[in-house]
Design a binder for this molecule. Structure first.
Ligand SMILES: [Zn+2]
Length: 220
């Protein structure tokens, strides 16, 4: 699993953006006036700083996010490329890599899950490193993608009614030492389930829940 989006992927997206090749089709219809997203107009660019991890160093890459506007009512929608998540500077690949390292390993602690081959991804300018508390937050964010998860389950079952997806997610358990409250246990279980669903969704549709569903159901 990659530690972050690549510089090349962000550059390729930036080029598409500059050539006006980003289309609003994956966005949801306007919830206010039901205009289909294909009719949305480009509205504004917002500069965005992304953090990528290259050779164990956390580096800043500047890019932009595009907002579209509904011609019916003026509501605006942000288009998230497949490495970007709302309110996060780290890329989607970083969130999923480190969250998986914690939730999918029963022995993991947040400290251990932050390590890659025995060292911590750090910032070049100072002594700071990726913090274990960041991983705690990444997991909370991913656990909230419940609408996309449910849509993904529905689509997988439509495609393959015999899929074991429901049995697999019902079997996800988190070791007792990883939580002190019921609320945190639920978050960890949701995150584990999300990864299980994402794996089966990728296997079935050769694409990610993030690009196919989250942009439509959770992000804008
Ligand atoms: Zn509208």
């Amino acid at each position: 699993m990659p530690l972050s989006a690549t510089l090349e992927a962000i550059k390729a997206y930036q080029q598409q953006l500059e050539k006006n090749k980003i289309k609003p089709d994956n966005l949801p219809p306007c919830p206010r006036c039901l205009v289909e997203s294909a009719f949305f107009k480009e509205h504004a660019y917002r500069d965005r700083k992304f953090l990528v991890i290259i050779d164990m160093l956390v580096k800043t890459v500047l890019s932009a996010l595009l907002r579209f506007k509904c011609p019916g009512c003026g509501k605006t929608f942000t288009y998230y490329p497949n490495f970007a998540l709302p309110h996060k500077h780290y890329t989607r690949q970083t969130l999923t890599h480190f969250s998986r390292a914690y939730v999918q390993n029963p022995e993991a602690t947040y400290q251990k899950a932050t390590m890659v081959d025995g060292s911590l991804p750090g910032y070049p300018d100072d002594q700071q490193t990726l913090a274990p508390s960041s991983i705690h937050r990444f997991i909370s964010s991913l656990s909230r993608l419940t609408t996309s998860s449910q849509k993904a389950i529905d689509l997988v079952l439509q495609e393959n009614p015999a899929s074991a997806i429901c049995r697999n997610i019902a079997n996800q358990r988190v070791p007792r030492q990883k939580f002190k409250s019921k609320a945190r246990e639920n978050i960890l279980v949701q995150c584990l389930r999300f990864f299980e669903i994402e794996t089966l969704f990728q296997h079935t549709f050769k694409t990610s829940i993030f690009t196919k569903l989250a942009i439509r159901w959770e992000f804008s």
